[in-house]
Design a protein around this ligand. Structure first.
Ligand code: C5P
Length: 404
């Protein structure tokens, strides 16, 4: 048994110089036990031949939408169905734009539009094309559509330029394929919901109430859970961090939107609520921009936001069996965390001191205490990435051990 035994991959090869690496990708996927079928775009055939792809896959390669033999033999709809995953490598700027816009003017784009299979793209293009707002917009659209992305990497490019745009290496793409179709690790097969970042509560259409959360800890947890094999839904308030690769990221602004997104993402095996949700929102938020008037201050009245963690944890139906909350405190950290555990009804609280001198808010390291009903454990100061990995390891062990 190899990692991808019995898995069927449809590899769409786009027209870029990185197409030569896709031939190596075929070998890497087959080494892992997958069967591979290829579609080459017209552009791809300027760089490699269908014959080369067929020789490596051991199967006929496909190129034309209206090929009589193809349609009699397998047909584009069957191509779009008969696989476990579609990999697009290299995903050129043009192919990404076509996918984002729902175009179907050749075999590759038609199959990509007709499919309901998971899709992984490995973008590859000139650095300026990658950084162009149009490509970045298309990337966001594709990610919002649930398309998984691996790379691109930084590096020297064919045109003697340097920067992001190089296709991920075949081994990296093969690893991303494994994570998607044959996840392994302590959270394999589990669905994990993570909330992260601050919320913005509108005062009027241009002003809002916010807090200093950067989302670094929550995003690191989402990444660690995905690396541990979980299918992760990250529900993020407004942050400046990129969406982590291979993770479904849902962007929200306010606490109420965050609660709605969590409810939509359920059911889950684990819920990790790392977001710094605003406790209050403005009850009388203006529909128009509140105008400055001489001497008169606006009268904002606050109302309580829903407590997302408590709302979900207190449910009898659809409650994730393992629920983790965070407690950001500036004093009596452990005592407050214990009270929070009981009040919110979750299974574990990760408590930390966020008083200004600790530099935790927005910083890269964190000193946390794990508080459960039976135990308090203090971890040494670690990077947020390491806190995330250790927490995910612990959750894996708790699930394995049948606790809670
Ligand atoms: O009550 P406090 O804000 O300190 O609780 C922190 C924990 O509760 C965190 O896990 C946070 O994500 C969650 N929380 C929430 N909804 C709120 C407030 C906090 O999910 N409205």
């Amino acid at each position: 048994m190899t990692a991808l035994s019995g898995k069927r991959i449809l590899l769409v090869i786009g027209g870029g110089i990185a197409a030569y690496k896709s031939l190596d990708l075929i070998r890497r996927l087959r080494e892992r036990g997958a069967s591979v079928r290829c579609i080459l775009t017209n552009g791809a055939q300027a760089f490699i031949t269908p014959l080369a792809a067929s020789a490596l896959t051991g199967q006929r390669s496909h190129t034309d939408l209206f090929d009589r033999e193809d349609e009699a033999d397998i047909g584009h709809i069957k191509l779009a169905r008969d696989a476990d995953l579609i990999v697009v490598a290299p995903a050129t700027a043009n192919l990404m734009a076509k996918m984002a816009g729902g175009h179907a003017d050749d075999l590759a784009s038609t199959v990509l539009l007709a499919t309901t299979l998971p899709i992984l793209i490995a973008p590859a293009m000139n650095v300026r094309m990658w950084l162009h707002p149009a490509t970045q917009r298309n990337l966001k659209t594709l990610q919002a559509d649930g398309v998984h992305v691996v790379g691109p990497n930084d590096g020297a490019m064919a045109e003697a330029e340097f920067g992001p745009g190089r296709m991920a290496e075949p081994l990296e793409i093969a690893a991303a394929v494994e994570r998607l179709v044959a996840p392994s690790g302590p959270l394999a097969g589990k669905h994990v919901i993570v909330t992260s970042g601050p919320t913005h509560e509108p005062i009027d259409p241009v002003r809002y109430i916010a807090n200093r959360s950067s989302g670094k800890q929550g995003h690191a947890i989402a990444r660690a859970a995905a690396e541990a094999g979980a299918r992760v839904t990250l529900i993020s308030g407004p942050v400046t961090l990129p969406d982590p690769p291979g993770i479904t990221t849902v962007h929200v602004e306010s606490a109420r939107e965050m609660l709605q997104a969590v409810e939509q993402a359920l059911p889950a095996d684990v819920g990790i609520f790392a977001a710094a949700v605003a406790d209050w929102r403005v009850a009388n938020a203006g529909e128009q921009k509140i105008k400055k008037k001489d001497g008169a201050l606006p009268n904002l009245s606050l109302t309580e936001n829903p407590d997302i963690l408590a709302t979900i944890a207190r449910r009898t139906e659809n409650r994730p069996p393992l629920m983790v909350g965070f407690a950001a405190e500036t004093e009596h950290v452990i005592e407050h965390a214990k009270q929070k555990l009981a009040r919110k009804g979750c299974d574990l609280i990760v408590a930390n001191d966020v008083s200004a001198q600790t530099g935790v808010m927005g910083g890269d390291s964190n000193t946390v205490h794990l508080v459960s009903t039976s135990d308090v454990e203090t971890w040494p100061t670690l990077s947020k990435t390491d806190v995330a990995k250790k927490l995910v390891e612990r959750l894996g062990a708790m699930i394995e051990g049948g606790t809670p």
